[in-house]
Design a protein. Structure first.
Length: 173
């Protein structure tokens, strides 16, 4: 009887560890696809108002790139913090770009209620593919990528950004 309980406990523990490990793997940023960083700098998006927004114009300075959508509660929750990060660090050369994986009309309506100081580009459904190429295998939102001044990926985060993340990233150049 005692042996059977021990066996069940071991099986349950192994199943729990396996499940936790699988979830951890699924939600961790993975390797950047070969060529994805270079391809990103050649991309161009439009703003919600239809203006051109070339990624090349962000090259040469640190960049926080955030994939978000108006229908994503954690995305909406972190936008004011990202806006404050931009205001506090723009003088130090930091740039922030939000790529909306959403419809332009929804983004325009949202920005009418919560204006942002940093630029927003319309990534549409292609934004999911772009985020996957940058290591977001699940395609979940929000997803944030931090680039150094040389254009290389320094940090990636799947899920809502924290003040500690921003503090750590702000120290990077």
């Amino acid at each position: 009887m005692r042996r059977r309980r021990l066996l069940y406990a071991c099986v349950a523990a192994a199943a729990g560890l396996g499940g936790a490990g699988g979830a951890w793997w699924k939600f961790q940023p993975h390797a950047v696809d070969p060529g994805a960083q270079q391809a990103l700098w050649g991309e161009a998006f439009t703003t919600p108002d239809g203006a051109a927004l070339a990624m090349q114009s962000f090259r040469g300075k640190p960049l926080l790139l955030n994939f978000w959508a108006t229908w994503c509660p954690p995305c909406i929750a972190e936008l004011p913090m990202l806006n404050a990060f931009f205001r506090d660090n723009a003088a130090r050369g930091w740039q922030v770009l939000g790529l909306a994986v959403d419809q332009p009309s929804a983004v325009r309506t949202f920005l009418g209620r919560l204006p942002l100081d940093f630029p927003v580009g319309m990534a549409g459904l292609g934004g999911t593919d772009l985020s996957r190429a940058l290591g977001n295998l699940t395609g979940g939102l929000p997803f944030t990528v931090v680039f150094g001044a040389g254009g290389q990926v320094l940090h990636r985060k799947m899920g809502q950004v924290t003040p500690q993340d921003l503090k750590q990233w702000a120290a990077v150049r």
